[in-house]
Design a protein around this ligand. Structure first.
Ligand code: MN
Length: 352
């Protein structure tokens, strides 16, 4: 068996000698032979395949520990591991992209907020309902002059967790324009979510989703974690503006599940992110420029999983006030059997 020096093996594998020494120390790619006197490392040509795989996985940024798992798995498991890693990278990148956009908007907004008097306002309504099957209601819906929020609690302390999440944001609403115009919106939202998370984490086996919008006078700052949703009806068309933090949505994003299959998937309610789970909360944050005529809907999955988008769009498009609209939406959930609690908030952006 011909042995290659570390220099020759490095050239053939496109890894540096320094990297090869490190991978040896980590047990990731031990040389075929190490000279006991000189300490020189020697490799076989058969080790090139593994070395090249390591090099490619490094190029996509995979941590060394995970590279070891991929190298030791059989081909199909290895493919799954790479796929799962990449889905995670994309999800994290998406969250960071949203955060970057939010920060840019926030920094631009700072200069104009003080000088322009608000010309837009919101009209709103909130309603929640236990539905036709559940004995209790763990959904929370709230709408006020600056805050729109829904939370869908789960576990024995679910109701408390959901209410705590919404209450944490009500503190911001009470602080009013002063906080928001100081350009501290992002920090304020982050602090509120952290507080809600700590409270939910203190409840045994319980947690909550949170989808909320804070009205700044011209913009809506969205904070979102879990599988409750926000939509906007603009020019008669309905757009979902949140992304579900569920396992089935991650599989749809990965291309391993169709939206149709997701609807009947046995684990369709499994959340990947929520308040009250282990680790720090990682909500999505976005800032939306409001336009007169926009109609926003926040709802729990008790509406979105049983009422088709087309019916939601038609109901929101009817020229009824927010109060009537939330009642009509909950009536639609009832017609569909209302197997889960339902929470709806509707807000219209109007010219003052
Ligand atoms: Mn629910």
């Amino acid at each position: 068996m011909e042995l290659l020096t570390i220099g020759a093996f490095a050239r053939a594998s496109r890894l540096s000698a320094k990297a090869l020494r490190r991978y040896d120390e980590l047990g990731l790619l031990p040389p075929a032979r190490t000279d006991p006197y000189t300490g020189y490392r020697y490799y076989t040509a058969a080790q090139l395949e593994r070395a090249r795989l390591v090099a490619w996985l490094r190029r996509i940024g995979m941590p060394l520990a995970r590279i070891g798992e991929v190298c030791d798995a059989d081909a199909s498991d290895a493919a799954d591991l790479v796929r799962a890693y990449w889905a995670q990278v994309e999800a994290e990148t998406e969250a960071r992209r949203d955060l970057a956009t939010f920060l840019i908007d926030q920094l631009i907004g700072k200069e104009t907020d003080m000088s322009t008097a608000p010309t837009l306002g919101i009209r709103y309504a909130a309603l929640t309902d236990a539905g036709l099957v559940r004995a209790s209601n763990q959904d929370t819906a709230y709408a006020g002059s600056r805050l729109l929020a829904v939370a869908d609690g789960y576990g024995s302390g679910g109701t408390t967790a959901g209410e705590a999440a919404v209450n944490a944001l009500k503190v911001l609403e009470a602080a009013g324009a002063k906080v928001i115009r100081a350009g501290d919106l992002l920090n304020a939202l982050g602090d509120a979510v952290d507080a809600a998370h700590r409270e939910a984490a203190g409840l045994q086996d319980s947690g909550t989703t949170l989808t909320a919008m804070l009205w700044t006078g011209s913009q809506l700052a969205l904070v979102h974690i879990g599988d409750s949703r926000a939509y906007v009806l603009r020019d008669g068309a309905l757009f979902q503006i949140t992304h579900d933090h569920t396992m089935v949505q991650a599989m749809i994003d990965e291309g391993t599940l169709t939206p149709d299959e997701a609807r009947s998937h046995p684990q369709r309610t499994l959340l990947l992110r929520a308040l009250g789970t282990e680790g720090p909360p990682s909500p999505d944050l976005k800032l939306y420029d409001a336009e007169a005529g926009d109609r926003y809907l926040l709802c729990s999955d008790g509406l979105s999983t049983v009422v088709p988008d087309a019916d939601v769009e038609r109901t929101l498009g009817a020229s009824t006030d927010p109060d009537e609209t939330v009642r009509a939406l909950i009536a639609l959930a009832h017609e569909a059997g209302a197997p889960d609690n339902v929470a709806c908030v509707v807000a219209d952006v109007v010219t003052l």
